[in-house]
Write a protein that binds this ligand. Structure first.
Ligand SMILES: [Zn+2]
Length: 415
């Protein structure tokens, strides 16, 4: 006798399991049925197997003519910030010279949004961020990673990490919190001095308060060297935070080697990583996270190429990188870019946005695929085939979003 389900999704034209071992990358099941009990996926199968689990109290969603997929895992964002960099965005579009940018007083780079992020109260910062996170939820995201790094001082960094906590408490989304104190360093402080502050004060404090699960740094010319990133991420490990690393976005200075040596969960950007470095990452089990949104937003001169990454055996995640330099909250848009601009197949892109995204957050045991026992984080697309997710532009194809077995969004509105 099968137990009664709280929620059943029936008749999906395509149900994408996105199981890790799916031979087609996304595990397409035609005419799929799925049952949820106690917030977890209780059964998958066909009508014969699932229909007996329906009782009078079961909510039944008819997915006839639609696609059912795991909720998106957006594994790289800087969604908590105040201010804007729209001036820089148009300066790049208009190809203004550095002198002209200076003459017009246009602020550029991450330091631009430090001041507004610092000046916002906790609640103001929460409210501005929540607007973006609500957009993420109605676009199918059920887990989001969120980094600090727009404070570069103790109070503002902690404020950003506290917003992460509030987001998870108040909105129907899981938030993976990352400490990115090494996003830059303050204008009025020497880098070495700021690193001392990070390593001896901030990282131990953030770790001891459980404010972040991951520690991250930016390894690139003009930012932190590979050696410096190694020291910072090791301090993070000591404080109980798993390493992630921004590297190879604008130059290659050895970030992949550091990420691989430290067993980082992900290495992100990868525009300039040479093949042997991609191979090192793959061997270390580090997920590669190229970021289609930022390449698009900055008109990158060397957009990432997934082909050598795939050939070297690197598992790929894709994410919005939502930040003031790339104001994107929509994973469907990122899928469109990944396919159209970077040559990913729709299956590769969907996998990168679900199960491999979960892996980039060490959460592949509980989320990222539709498998028995996993959290019932599910989305339903009003589309006739999975490829349409990267083909239908500028409509939100995500009709229903389910978080831990409860419907939390319908037709672009939170419920
Ligand atoms: Zn980033």
């Amino acid at each position: 006798m099968k137990k009664t389900a709280e929620l059943v999704i029936k008749n999906a034209l395509e149900l994408l399991t996105c199981a890790e071992d799916a031979s087609d990358l996304i595990g397409v099941v035609n005419n799929g049925w799925l049952a949820v009990s106690e917030g977890k996926i209780a059964a998958l199968g066909d009508e014969k197997e699932i229909a007996p689990m329906i009782s009078g109290s079961t909510e039944v969603i008819d997915a006839s003519g639609k696609v059912v997929a795991p909720g998106f895992v957006d594994s790289h964002t800087h969604v908590v910030f105040g201010g804007t960099r729209v001036g820089e965005y148009f300066a790049k579009i208009e190809n203004l010279s550095d002198d002209e940018i200076k003459r017009r007083g246009i602020k550029t780079g991450i330091l631009t949004t430090l001041k507004p992020t610092k000046e916002h109260s906790l609640e103001e910062l929460y409210e501005e961020t929540a607007l973006r996170v609500r957009d993420m939820i109605v676009s199918g995201t059920t887990t989001v990673e969120s980094k600090s790094g727009y404070g570069l001082d103790r109070d503002t960094e902690i404020k950003q990490l506290t917003v992460n906590r509030l987001l998870e408490r108040r909105l129907p989304i899981s938030v993976a919190s990352t400490f990115l104190g090494a996003h830059g360093w303050p204008r009025d402080m020497e880098k070495g001095k700021y690193m001392d502050f990070l390593i001896n004060e901030m990282i131990p404090f953030v770790g001891s308060q459980g404010l972040a699960e991951f520690c991250d740094a930016w390894c690139d010319e003009g930012h932190y060297t590979a050696r410096e990133c190694g020291v910072i991420l090791e301090a993070g490990l000591k404080a109980g935070m798993k390493p992630k690393l921004h590297e190879g976005g604008y130059s290659y200075i050895g970030g992949a080697e550091v990420a691989a040596d430290l067993g980082a969960v992900s290495a992100d950007h990868l525009n300039y990583d040479p093949r042997p470095s991609l191979r090192r990452l793959a061997k270390a089990g580090t997920v590669g996270t190229p970021l289609p949104g930022i390449d698009f937003a900055v008109g990158h001169i060397l957009p990432f190429d997934p082909a050598p990454m795939i050939e070297e055996g690197l598992e790929l995640a894709i994410a919005t990188n939502c930040c003031p330099g790339c104001w994107c909250t929509s994973m469907p848009f990122i899928l469109i870019l990944a396919c159209r601009e970077h040559g990913m197949s729709s299956e590769r892109a969907i996998r990168a946005a679900t199960i491999t995204g979960a892996k980039a957050l060490s959460r592949q045991e509980t989320i990222g695929s539709l498998e028995i026992g996993k959290n019932a984080d599910i989305q339903i697309w009003n589309l006739e085939r999975h490829e349409d997710i990267a083909y239908h532009y500028m409509t939100n194809p995500v009709e229903t979003v389910i978080k831990n077995g409860r419907v939390v969004a319908r037709n672009s509105m939170l419920v």
